[in-house]
Design a protein around this ligand. Structure first.
Ligand code: 2X7
Ligand code: FE2
Length: 290
């Protein structure tokens, strides 16, 4: 029987990969965003003692207006250029997909009444929410992934519809994993508060300019993190619509809601590896051991 072994909140600002200077990324940096990069270091150390087969990622930067799509091609290799930060992120990716698990998850979501699709175009360009989170969690890229898209339910309908759909998707994800023989780490790839400034320092990694966009956003982030640490999962889930409205957060895309539901809404106390800002947005690297 398959199993979810951990869930992660994994922010994906391309700045983090830029500042790591991996060989896959063309631009180079002097330094930058150490709080978050060292948070990821702690996460990687923590995951080193878990045995798992696949990373299952929910990404706000693969947006499908109708339903949830699942990557379903064995292998993707191409260049990913960030649309807003092409001077920071030009990353040569080469990754494997767990197509068997993707098909099981898609079938379970369809059975639960959701609109779904397998993404079988070999030339599809994988989104940077997948690539940055994937790189920061496992830079070796030696584990296959499955990415599912996020849909526009929150914008097109309302946050309540999104919460309902992610509840169904999360439960379907858990069922599909149970019925597989896979040990899986779930990844909600997104930031917390998302207000940001629009003038970039020169150089972009000038940390004397980096700070939260404003104090109200910081307070919201701390509230959410407190609930994660305390294992108050239902309260955390219920606060997502208000948090999203106040901070224009990427929780609008459903990643955190989906992941909490897939983990069975258990009151697990999360381990917060760290918090930091990128161009003013709030970001936390968080691990739930299931
Ligand atoms: O996608 C992002 C993000 N979520 C946060 C900060 C900066 C850039 O890109
Ligand atoms: Fe983002």
């Amino acid at each position: 029987m398959g199993q979810i072994v951990a869930g992660l909140l994994a922010p994906h600002p391309p700045h983090l990969v830029y500042a790591e200077n991996p060989e896959q990324n063309e631009p180079t940096a002097e330094c930058g965003w150490e709080e978050l990069r060292w948070s990821y270091e702690r996460l990687r150390e923590s995951l080193a003692d878990i045995d798992y087969d696949t990373l299952v990622i929910h990404s706000p930067h693969w947006r499908t207006q109708i339903g949830t799509h699942f990557l379903a091609v064995d292998h993707f290799k191409s260049l990913s250029v960030d649309p807003i930060f092409p001077h920071l992120f030009r990353y040569n990716y080469d990754l494997k997909v767990d197509v068997d698990l993707a098909k099981k998850m898609e079938a379970a979501a369809k059975d639960a009444g959701l609109s779904t699709k397998l993404m079988t175009n070999p030339d599809f360009r994988v989104d940077y929410g997948t690539i940055v989170a994937g790189h920061m969690i496992r830079p070796e890229w030696d584990k296959p992934i499955v990415t599912m898209s996020s849909n526009g339910a929150a914008r097109y309908y309302s946050m309540d519809v999104m919460q309902e759909q992610m509840t169904t998707l999360g439960k379907a994800t858990a069922r599909a994993i149970e019925e597989s023989d896979k040990k899986v780490v779930l990844v909600a790839s997104h930031s917390l508060s998302h207000r940001h400034y629009v003038i970039e320092p020169n150089p972009p990694e000038d940390m004397s300019k980096e700070h939260i966009d404003h104090h109200g956003q910081y307070l919201w982030d701390m509230k959410m993190i407190e609930l994660m640490k305390a294992g108050k999962t239902q309260e955390l889930f219920d606060l997502i619509p208000d948090f999203t409205e106040a901070t224009v957060a990427e929780t609008e895309a459903g990643g955190l809601s989906w992941m909490l539901q897939a983990m069975g809404m258990k009151d697990i106390k999360a381990k917060v590896h760290g918090y930091g800002t990128v161009i003013g947005t709030g970001n936390a690297v968080v691990e739930w051991r299931v």
